[in-house]
Design a protein around this ligand. Sequence first.
Ligand code: 3PY
Ligand code: MG
Length: 250
Amino acid sequence: MRINPLKQRREPIINGWLAIPSSYSAEIAGHQGFDAVTVDLQHGLIDFAAALSMLQALSSTPATPLVRVSHNEPAQIMRMLDAGAYGIICPMINDAAEAQQFVDACRYAPQGSRSFGPARALLYGGKDYPQHANQQILTLAMIETRAGLANLDAILDVEGLDGVFIGPNDLSLTLTGQASAESQHPEMLNAIERVLSRTRAGHKLAGIFCTSGEAAAQRIAQGFQLVTPANDVMQLTHAARHAVATARGE
Ligand code: 3PY
Ligand code: MG
């Protein structure tokens, strides 16, 4: 059986984020020291075939492969688990019923309603994957709507939910009218602090998307246990701009 190291980890989890549909990019990212790398099916330009090859590439690296699904849809969640994702990040969770539906899709009976057909998950997780998958699969509900914020405590109470992951762009869009991952708007600062403290009080994992390594380090100092220091597109853009400017002596 392959243990999911993210489930017991006491140190902060540094999670890479892939929007570019490439197994080569995934393989490179997986070798850079990330604890986990997430294949983003919501805003990444990634279809099922690309996601499969990216999960295959990630499984040749030390990083634990996660998927952010495009929405709370059991069929897609189950397909990504069968393809070897060891955890699912589910966007736009608004209430406990939605969180329960999400967690159910990630768990075999009797805990949930995941259909049986582990396919590539058997190769990644081991022959006894079916017996241990319910304990090993990480489930993170994204808090990024007003409703999700209002129903946070009930969401955190859902059994089998490992934690929450704040989507700061959507959250600030709904709270302030502007999407900004590092928003300093007082309503955003309050909302983030509240999600963090309620989640930690409930002994669950508190995660957040960030736009840089510096921002991620600040979130860790604030108390977050899982951070994403920008996605591949942001990192590529930043590195390329910096190289061009440096070459021009700017
Ligand atoms: C958000 O910031 O809304 C996200 O979903 C992060 O990708
Ligand atoms: Mg979002």
